[in-house]
Write a protein that binds this ligand. Structure first.
Ligand code: GAR
Length: 200
């Protein structure tokens, strides 16, 4: 069973979608750890309810990204995590984690990248009055939502689209797409074999 960690900063509805498919047997993975940078985030309650250990931290308590990522890395290693899933984790991943988990960190973003990277992609799409937006799942590199794209799915904006309605549509799409892409990635031998090769 592949050991994964989910990183989240907020409500964790994508985290929940992943928990649900693991519990129903549709995703062959063991969610070994939640990493959360926001004490009080609802994602932490979801982890507790599913009996998933969590590492919660506040970036301000550390002198640098390198220092908190060092601690994250210690937790990942202690839990035997092979693959990292960012699900609404609103921080750039630094060199420390990128080096250790090269090619094994994925992110989901609520737009058709490279359009509308960074914060509030949904607000950005509405402000730009586009007819189509969507969801992107991509490998993570050092940039902000810039890594190689794995898959994208379009979502159409209606004339009277609101932030709430667009967010609903996008999240509905995310909650289906992320689990299926993860199943594909985690059952691809070379992703994990590469992990094992690195561990030795
Ligand atoms: C999701 O829509 C995800 O795509 C987005 O944050 C939301 C988290 O929702 N991520 C980004 O914007 C990353 N740049 P959730 O906490 O309910 O899963």
């Amino acid at each position: 069973m592949r050991k994964i960690a989910v990183f989240a900063s907020g409500s964790g509805s994508n985290f929940q979608a992943i928990i649900d498919v693991v519990q129903s047997g549709q995703l062959d993975a063991d969610i070994s750890l939640l990493v959360c940078d926001k004490p009080g985030a609802f994602a932490i309650e979801r982890a507790e309810a599913a009996r998933i250990p969590s590492f919660v931290f506040t970036a301000k308590d550390y002198s640098s990204k390198e220092h908190y990522e060092e601690e994250i890395l210690a937790h990942l290693k202690a839990s035997g995590v092979e693959f990292i899933v960012l699900a609404g984790y609103m921080r750039l991943i630094g060199p420390k984690l990128l080096t250790e988990y090269k090619g094994r960190i994925v992110n989901i973003h609520p737009s058709l990248l490279p359009a509308f990277p960074g914060k509030d992609a949904i607000g950005q799409a509405l402000a730009a009055k586009v007819k189509w937006s969507g969801v992107t799942i991509h490998f993570v590199d050092e940039g902000m939502d810039t890594g190689p794209i794995i898959i994208q799915e379009r979502v159409r904006l209606d004339e009277n689209e609101t932030r709430e309605s667009l967010q609903r549509k996008i999240q509905k799409c995310e909650h289906k797409l992320y689990p299926s892409v993860l199943q594909m990635l985690l059952t691809q031998g070379d992703v994990i074999n590469d992990t094992k090769a690195r561990a030795h």
